[in-house]
Design a protein around this ligand. Structure first.
Ligand code: S3P
Length: 742
């Protein structure tokens, strides 16, 4: 390691300072270490253990020749230490500290060394242990732990680099933050929890039943109060050094606690459930959470690769997860209804969960999901509240587009943002009609997210001729129509999924459908109902293709939604010679459902009828795999919408097929694929999915007919947006997928 400091002085020989220099020494990054502590014992022990080379009870002596001075004393002692060492430090020496509060240290530095002093780097390692002192020093304490450095405008770059390198050398992940922000965040995430733990233990210990409490206090008490065993001196110092920020978060907490107390007192179980369900969701998403933001962008998504190898004939009878489109709409309409809506079969995928979280953020109490069961305590069409922050909708186009319509009718402003893929998708298609209705909608460049929708603009009903066959745009306009003056009418160029219309009717809201035109008037209300979400035909499609292409297969997919606007995949596979039987047709909650039996068959290439394209819009990635296994040529036209899905699906599929040795070409509005027929198979190779769930699952299906070389499918984490248990179901049925996580 080329990085090496000549002389370090450590003032305060506790766990934090000693672990740092011990780690530096062990990695050969320091030549000489001198130490000072108020206790002679600690100095002697540190020297005996080889953590420091020398010590003195004269603190100035210890820091005199040091290149780096580490001040690691309790926060309120920092000021006095700095005053004492100031006259003795070398002209080039860099100083740093490790305190949990940065504002008070910054103030002391400015007062003692001058406001422009540029060689003090404020730092805070987020690491520790319940053990303390020299003997607990651990050279690996900081490996993979965060260290927050709070540089100031005048901090010198060299000083900053030295301290940063010294932390990185012991394995820490260094992050930068502004001083005030650090103190605000730490007040909420660390200081308040400690304060509450101390206070609760003190209250209970003083109560006359304390013996009982301590005898029987197992899980809850122990978990909640573990941190009350920390050092009182350290925490007294922190509470006073970060007083303002701590009082601010404490006030907020007291306000919310009072609200919860009142809800319990008044037997308002809905409000109590509201607090508990929001908190549970927040705790479950804990790594993605900051203070009062309930659902924020994942910090670092793990990268998931599927190693997919040739599989065997598919067998069995099973149910794929709930319909994504219907799951989204169940949350939206359930939230806006009067009364309590019960949903079963809800898709617990990230997209539908993003919708659920958005409504929680707008004050709706939603219980679950638990095994597909969700209970929504509707607030009525005018009961939503402003969310505390921008709504983060992840990968979900349906969430952002349908919500845009609803948000246009609210009294408050809302910002909506999404992940990298969503941020590239066109939103002008919803912004245009909403603006025509009188909404104020701001988009980023080229009509992309984030979207800001201003509240309080009166909407008027319009007649809108959809420029493209899009159920999302149709639904957006209709949902805005719930709040618009007069009648709102949408005419579509080709039939698209009609779940919004069906579900509005299910909630008792009058909707007129006349051929390609749908209309509704504002002024009605939604009445809570029960919704049984059928299995998603878009997820079932992967298994329809898989069983069709894999000789000897015979599977039954249970309880699949076969809404006529969604069954293009069945029609197309049948036209290609597929052996699919629709059994046991029935209707649940306004949506037709059936079991679908699929047996393998030799498919043949066709020119896909254009009228089937909108009815199979999400299933083309899977159908491209079917086409590759067919005898002869398959031609797709009229499908330019595929270029603006979670990825450019024409390009992504053609590229992947070519990688696996298939003769495929993209066109502006579709593709031409030469099938390899019964004797052929896919080669191996690496598939770029562009983080698109359906591209990933399609190539997993292709691998069934692979050769010796595996198909490595990159970036599959987003499969969880629509099909969280895909790998388990696929392997259970006969595929051969291994998940590799990085
Ligand atoms: C959806 C509509 C379709 C579809 C999407 C879900 C919906 O998009 O591709 O996965 O739930 O309304 P478009 O309406 O943009 O075609």
């Amino acid at each position: 390691m080329s990085f090496c400091i000549n002389r370090i002085a450590v003032v305060g020989l506790g766990l934090i300072g000693c672990s740092w220099v011990k780690g530096l020494r062990q990695r050969g990054c320091v030549k000489q270490i001198s130490g000072y502590d108020r206790n002679l014992d600690s100095m002697q022990l540190a020297q005996q253990q080889g953590i420091i080379d020398s010590y003195s009870d004269d603190i100035q002596q210890v820091v005199r020749d040091a290149d780096l001075v580490v001040v690691s004393v309790p926060i309120l002692a920092v000021d006095e230490v700095l005053r004492t060492i100031a006259p003795a430090i070398a002209a080039h020496a860099v100083l740093t500290d490790v305190g949990s509060v940065k504002g008070s240290v910054a103030a002391s530095v400015a007062e003692i060394f001058g406001a422009d002093f540029n060689r003090f780097v404020l730092g805070h390692p987020i690491a520790g242990s319940e053990r303390s002192g020299v003997t607990a020093a651990d050279a690996d304490l900081y490996v993979n732990h965060k260290v927050i450095i709070t540089p100031q405008r005048h901090t010198s770059h060299q000083a900053l680099a030295l301290v940063r390198n010294a932390w990185c050398a012991v394995g820490a992940d260094v992050e930068y933050m502004a001083v005030e922000h650090h103190d605000e965040v730490l007040a909420a995430t660390s200081h308040l929890p400690h304060l509450l733990a101390y206070s609760l233990v003190d209250t209970l210990a003083n109560s006359h039943e304390n013996k009982e409490i301590f005898n029987y206090a197992a899980g809850g008490f122990r978990d909640f109060t573990r941190i009350a065993a920390s050092s009182p001196v350290m925490w007294r110092d922190i509470f006073s050094a970060n007083k303002d920020q701590i009082l601010k978060t404490l006030d907020l907490f007291q306000h919310d606690l009072k609200f919860l107390r009142q809800a319990i007192e008044e037997d308002d179980t809905t409000q109590v459930m509201g607090v508990l369900t929001r908190a549970k969701a927040a705790r479950d998403h804990f790594s993605k959470i900051l203070a009062r933001r309930a659902y924020v962008e994942p910090m670092k998504a793990t990268s998931i690769t599927y190693r997919a190898q040739a599989g065997k004939a598919l067998t069995g009878s099973f149910r794929v997860p709930g319909d994504k489109s219907i799951s989204h709409r169940s949350i939206m309409l359930g939230s806006l209804a009067n009364g309590t809506t019960e949903v079963t079969g809800f898709l617990e995928g990230e997209d539908a969960l993003a919708t659920l979280q958005a409504f929680r953020d707008m004050g709706v109490v939603i219980e679950g999901p638990h095994r597909g069961r969700v209970t929504i305590h509707g607030v009525g069409l005018h009961g939503l509240q402003a969310p505390p922050n921008a709504l983060y909708v992840g990968n979900s186009g349906t969430t952002i587009r349908l919500l845009s319509g609803l948000m246009a009718g609210q009294a408050f402003d809302v910002e909506m943002s999404g992940d990298e893929s969503l941020s590239k998708r066109p939103m002008g298609r919803v912004a245009d009609p909403l603006r025509a209705m009188g909404a104020v909608v701001e988009t980023a460049e080229n009509g992309r997210p984030p979207l800001v929708i201003k509240g309080g603009s009166p909407l008027k009903g319009i007649h809108y001729d959809l420029p493209m066959a899009s159920a999302q745009v149709k639904s957006c306009v209709l949902l805005a129509g719930l709040y618009a003056d007069g009648e709102t009418t949408v005419t579509e160029p080709a039939p698209t999924r009609d779940h919004t219309e069906r579900m509005l009717k299910g909630f008792g809201y009058p909707v007129q459908v006349n051929g390609a035109t749908v209309s509704l008037k504002s002024g009605g209300e939604l009445t809570a109902t029960s919704i049984d979400v059928p299995a998603d035909i878009s997820s079932a499609a992967f298994f329809m293709v898989a069983a069709s292409i894999m000789p000897g297969s015979d599977i039954t997919l249970e309880h699949v939604g076969i809404n006529p606007t969604r069954i293009g995949v069945i029609n197309i596979l049948k036209a290609m010679g597929g052996n699919l039987e629709v059994l046991n047709e029935r209707e649940v909650g306004g949506e037709p459902v059936a079991d679908i039996r699929i047996r393998s068959a030799q498919l043949k290439g066709i020119h896909i009828p254009e009228d089937q394209v909108p009815l199979a819009i999400d299933e083309f990635p899977a159908l491209f795999i079917a086409a590759a296994c067919a005898e002869g040529e398959t031609i797709l036209t009229g499908a330019e919408e595929l270029r603006v899905k979670e990825s450019d699906r024409i390009q992504a599929m053609v590229d992947g097929l070519v990688t696996l040795g298939v003769d495929a070409k993209g066109t502006d509005d579709g593709a031409v694929i030469q099938g390899f027929g019964s004797e052929g198979s896919f080669g191996g190779g690496e598939i770029v999915t562009h983080h698109d769930h359906r591209i990933a699952m399609s190539f997993a299906v292709a691998s069934l007919r692979g050769g010796d070389e595996p198909v490595m499918i990159l970036d599959c984490a987003n499969v969880a947006t629509s099909f969280p248990n895909f790998v388990e179901l696929a392997n259970g049925a006969g595929m051969n997928l291994t998940v590799e996580e990085a």
